[in-house]
Design a protein around this ligand. Structure first.
Ligand SMILES: [Zn+2]
Length: 405
């Protein structure tokens, strides 16, 4: 079961019972490198202004009933959690939310924190979901985007989705950059790759742009319902600037600067690696096979290049690159023998004996090789990012950064 769909079912039932939620529900993505995460590592929250205290029990009943009814408890990774919180969002809660997004919180810590703030928790199986639920309630959205998610009728679950490709391309053409990340050449990014209830998810800057986009996208199957979530997706909220490579930790997400310490090398499977270092230490950085053409950029790096990396450290201790900024490039110098007055390239006359011309016999005993600075295929002061197909939910695309590509 998809958390956004479950939230959508709950919100609809609340509405049928005369209970309205304030604004759009929030979809908060947590640390993409967390060890025990679900696939998208997302949590959903929504806010209700209570005018009648007797509504509280009815609301709780509707929420819990739907989780029990729809969650797929037979899956090992399904460990839902529900949190009810009545009150102001405190600074302490905001700090907690950030910890779940750029580092890690355990179920135990979440439970203790819920007690401290007086939140009511409901754990199902291991109840891991309470970690993200508290974060979804507390997470501030200073920078945010929206996602319109449409759902399929139950009979179609698991069947091939019938989305009209051309209509998606047209939608992108008409609404980009107010909508973004929805196609990548021929790749239709709005279509999930999993057999979940989602038909498509369109990403955009505003509710209005998404409504227009939905009007353009055509599908040859019935849409059961749709919801628009306000979200921290594509905001880089998970990244923290860090001064020293040595201070980075496993499962952390960072913006870090350093010098390339070796020319990048490919391993089996097409993954590309290089070492980034500073005075404090070094880390292995990777552009994995799914990042496709981004690897061609990484391959152009040379020992001595100065970079800023954006990304996070996975369980293997390797830094997964989401995007890079080139601060400075090392000169790519090659050396050539001098050219003779007759136009012929000279050859070595032996060790420390300079050069000689094989054509006219001219000698240059004190001659030196000539340095040639070759053009690099990369540009200084420029960003390079992974393609849409490999982009993480939280990664901020360059189109949202007001940067000329
Ligand atoms: Zn010559």
């Amino acid at each position: 079961m998809c958390t956004t769909y479950l939230a959508s079912i709950i919100i609809n039932e609340l509405k049928e019972n005369g209970i309205n939620i304030e604004g759009n529900p929030h979809l908060i993505r947590l640390n993409p490198f967390a060890r025990y995460k679900t696939r998208g590592n997302g949590a959903v929250s929504f806010k209700i202004a209570i005018s009648n205290k007797t509504d509280i029990n009815k609301i709780k009943e509707i929420v819990l009933k739907n989780v029990k009814e729809h969650a797929m408890f037979e899956h090992e990774n399904t460990n839902p959690g529900v949190v009810f919180y009545d009150g102001e969002i405190t600074d302490k809660m905001i700090d907690y939310a950030f910890k779940t997004i750029y580092s890690l919180i355990t179920i135990k810590q979440a439970e203790k924190f819920a007690n401290e703030i007086g939140a009511e928790i409901h754990k199902f199986k291991k109840g891991r979901g309470i970690i993200g639920s508290i974060a979804a309630i507390a997470c501030p959205l200073l920078d945010y985007t929206y996602e319109l998610i449409s759902y399929r009728v139950k009979d179609n679950y698991g069947k091939k989705r019938k989305i009209n490709k051309d209509s998606v391309k047209l939608m992108d053409k008409e609404t980009f950059p107010e909508t973004f990340e929805n196609i990548d050449g021929d790749y239709i990014a709005i279509e999930p790759r999993t057999p979940c209830p989602v038909l498509y998810g369109i990403r955009g800057e505003s509710v209005n742009a998404l409504e227009i986009a939905k009007g353009i996208v055509e599908a040859d199957e019935t849409i059961d319902s749709y919801s628009i979530f306000k979200t921290n997706q594509h905001t880089d909220m998970h990244l923290r600037k860090i001064d020293k490579i040595a201070n980075m930790e496993k499962y952390g997400c960072y913006i870090v600067e350093g010098i390339v310490d070796d020319d990048p090398h490919v391993i089996e499977g097409g993954h590309l690696f290089f070492t980034l270092k500073d005075e404090s230490g070094e880390i292995e950085a990777a552009a994995y096979e799914p990042t496709k053409d981004f690897r061609k950029i990484i391959k152009e790096l040379k020992k001595g290049d100065h970079l800023r990396l954006y990304g996070g450290i996975g369980c293997g201790g390797t830094f997964n690159i989401e995007k890079i900024k080139i601060i400075s490039l090392i000169a790519n110098t090659t050396y050539q023998n001098p050219t003779c007055n007759c136009g012929k390239r000279m050859t070595s006359a032996g060790k420390n004996k300079g050069f000689k011309c094989k054509k006219c016999g001219f000698k240059l005993p004190d001659g030196e090789k000539i340095a040639i600075i070759e053009d690099r295929n990369l540009k200084e002061d420029k960003f390079y990012e992974t393609p849409v197909s490999a982009r993480r939910h939280l990664s901020k695309p360059l189109i949202r950064m007001n940067i000329n590509r």
